[in-house]
Design a protein around this ligand. Structure first.
Ligand SMILES: [Zn+2]
Ligand SMILES: [Zn+2]
Length: 252
């Protein structure tokens, strides 16, 4: 599989990256994991918008779904005519959320462009076997494991540290884990923070417990220095550690 980091900025777009979006390719098929603010523009550098098999949404916070509304426009008014309904798979309520966000449409109209589906524990999309698991976040949120060609990656979505993330990641080739916080900024609210996001140190420790060989830290909040994120994670993970940046391509 080929993983392209389209957007890795956490919670809102940064000066150098859109919010959450990842392109996973294998054997001519393409999955998009999340489509946060600003991601649709950069996504077009790496994929023709007609050539996407499905969009999978980890959860319905704006920094993970905002540009689904823009994708609706791009597909509905395409010069070749409206493109075939694209599977958009997310938590319960995904259709209402996207329609409401776009505001100028009805569920029926948008259903001509998007085939809204809710996550199931496991599904097959082209060559990809996709499994999901509930995470620890203020809204319903999922980690996503994608397997194809004998390789596997796990995207945490947004989550605090949880055994469920370790379980779904166990034995994967690559962990794409969120690292929204630095330890110092949450030192006075450790318990509350752990119900929302991970620190870089926690993400690294979770990856170690899952036994993965490669860790990519993402959902990086623009005010956190990259050097601090890497320094916090390094003591907790012995494998290959990469800090995500928009445009990074990784062979999984
Ligand atoms: Zn987020
Ligand atoms: Zn979130």
């Amino acid at each position: 599989m080929k993983l392209t980091i389209v957007g890795c900025s956490g919670s809102f777009p940064g000066p150098d990256s859109p919010a959450s979006c990842y392109l996973v390719e294998h054997d001519g098929h393409r999955l998009v994991l999340d489509l946060g603010n600003g991601a649709l523009g950069v996504l077009q550098v790496y994929a023709d918008l007609r050539a996407i098999d499905a969009v999978l949404l980890s959860h319905l916070h704006l920094d993970h779904v905002a540009d689904v509304g823009s994708l609706y426009v791009a597909r509905k008014y395409h010069p070749e005519g409206p493109l075939p309904a694209l599977p958009v798979i997310g938590p319960r309520g995904v259709a209402d959320r996207i329609v409401t966000m776009y505001s100028d449409s009805s569920t029926a109209a948008m259903a001509e462009i998007f085939d809204f589906r809710e996550h199931t524990a496991e599904q097959q999309i082209g060559p990809f076997t996709v499994t999901v698991s509930r995470m620890r976040h203020p809204v319903t949120a999922y980690a996503t494991r994608v397997e194809a060609g004998g390789r596997s990656l796990v995207f945490s979505g947004d989550t605090g540290p949880t055994d469920a993330l370790i379980d779904i990641t166990r034995g994967a080739d690559l962990a794409l884990f969120e690292a929204s916080f630095l330890t110092e900024e949450v030192a006075h609210v450790v318990d509350e923070a752990a119900d929302i996001h991970m620190t870089a140190a926690q993400a690294a420790a979770q990856a170690t417990l899952a036994g993965v060989g490669q860790l990519v830290l993402t959902h990086l909040v623009p005010w956190n220095p990259v050097s601090d994120i890497e320094a916090e994670a390094r003591p907790h993970f012995d494998g290959s550690l990469v800090i995500a940046r928009s445009g990074l391509v990784i062979d999984v």
